[in-house]
Design a binder for this molecule. Structure first.
Ligand code: COA
Ligand code: ZN
Length: 323
């Protein structure tokens, strides 16, 4: 089946705007506003929302209120409320706040891992092992996000073999087979996405693979289609297309949730999303953040959101008919 024909195939778009998006905002978004946004997103048909991150408030001040946000949201049945966790301290906070899924993070690039998490990759792996062991008895699900899987803004190319080796260790040594391959600064291109996602799928057909793509160089949708073609069916995306890692130079927004939902539905995929409701939520973002957002759908509306003809249309028509 070609990526051009969805033929009813189910695709999961997982919202990360309230984590990846808000983490980079300079002005602090009030806790109540974050809760209201997540409560609204819970009603749009999303199956997973990354609510916040339980990181050091010094590293990510914009999300210092993760505990209050996670405790304050309304839980909609069928929605997994996830949060990013960098260490044991974060995991303890997240579990206490009743987080459904811990999204553990490390980078495929040694340089980015040190910049972002202040640890070597081996130290991060040991921390992930500790967190996975902590999560098990509490029944909390675990996903591992591997940053810079398609390239590092400081090191350059990241060999696909090393990405797959890390995945093999997560699955084999930690027993975690929910894995997200992240294109942290939009360095991926379609052939590369198809190659890596295809190799992952072939080696671990039962694992739950998510692609986390950024639209930094305008390749977000093309990379999504390449991923779909290679068998991926879960994609992180952010409302309004906001986002970016503050510790990755040149990072900008994720692929945009409402743009992807709009495109994929037109192509015949089934996203399960209430697009008008999603767009209405995205249109409230500029007021909330104090700046425009990248989303083209916020600006242009859906393909068949029509505009009225000009006021002098009847005169134009009469004149044309009289010629
Ligand atoms: N939650 C709250 N506070 C935390 C914490 C957590 N998960 N982890 C560490 N801290 C606090 C420590 O208590 C310490 O506080 P103090 O200075 O008041 O004593 C301070 O943060 C530094 O702790 P330390 O263990 O030395 O951490 P570090 O400075 O080496 O930073 C991380 C390591 C991982 C905690 C930090 O780099 C981080 O949170 N990074 C997240 C980056 C991120 O989310 N990037 C974007 C997503 S990819
Ligand atoms: Zn990201």
């Amino acid at each position: 089946m070609s990526a051009w024909e969805g033929a009813g195939r189910r695709v999961h778009l997982q919202e990360v705007g309230t984590r990846d998006g808000l983490q980079a905002e300079k002005a602090f978004v009030p806790t109540e506003a974050k809760i209201a946004l997540i409560d609204e997103l819970s009603l749009t048909g999303l199956t997973k929302i990354e609510v916040s991150s339980f990181t050091s408030p010094k590293a990510i001040p914009a999300l210092a209120d993760a505990d209050a946000v996670m405790q304050g949201i309304r839980r909609e049945p069928g929605v997994v409320y996830s949060a990013l966790v960098p260490n044991v301290r974060g995991a303890e906070r997240a579990i206490l706040a009743r987080t459904d899924e811990l999204n553990l993070v490390m980078s495929a690039s040694g340089t980015h891992n040190l910049t972002n998490l202040r640890m070597t990759r081996d130290q991060s792996f040991a921390a992930l092992a500790e967190v996975a062991a902590l999560a098990r008895p509490s029944g909390t699900a675990v996903n591992i996000s591997l940053s810079c899987a398609f390239g590092c803004p400081m090191e350059g190319e990241v060999p696909p073999s090393s990405v797959l080796d890390w995945c093999a260790r997560y699955i084999g040594e930690l027993g975690v087979d929910h894995i997200t391959l992240c294109d942290t600064t939009g360095m991926a291109f379609p052939g590369q996405v198809a190659g890596l996602a295809g190799a992952f799928r072939q080696r671990w057909p039962q694992a739950e693979l998510t692609l986390h793509l950024h639209n930094t160089r305008g390749l977000g949708l093309a990379n999504t289609l390449a991923g779909l073609d290679a068998g991926a069916d879960r994609f992180d995306a952010s409302l309004g297309g906001i986002g970016g890692c503050p510790y990755a130079p040149g990072a900008t927004g994720n692929v945009c949730t409402e743009e992807l939902a709009h495109a994929l539905e037109l192509m015949g995929f089934q996203t399960g999303l209430d697009l008008p409701r999603l767009i209405a939520a995205a249109r409230r973002l500029p007021g909330m953040l104090g700046h425009e957002v990248p989303s083209q759908i916020v600006k242009a509306g859906r393909r068949l959101d029509l505009h009225p003809v000009p006021a002098d249309f009847e005169t134009i028509r009469q004149r044309a008919l009289a010629r």
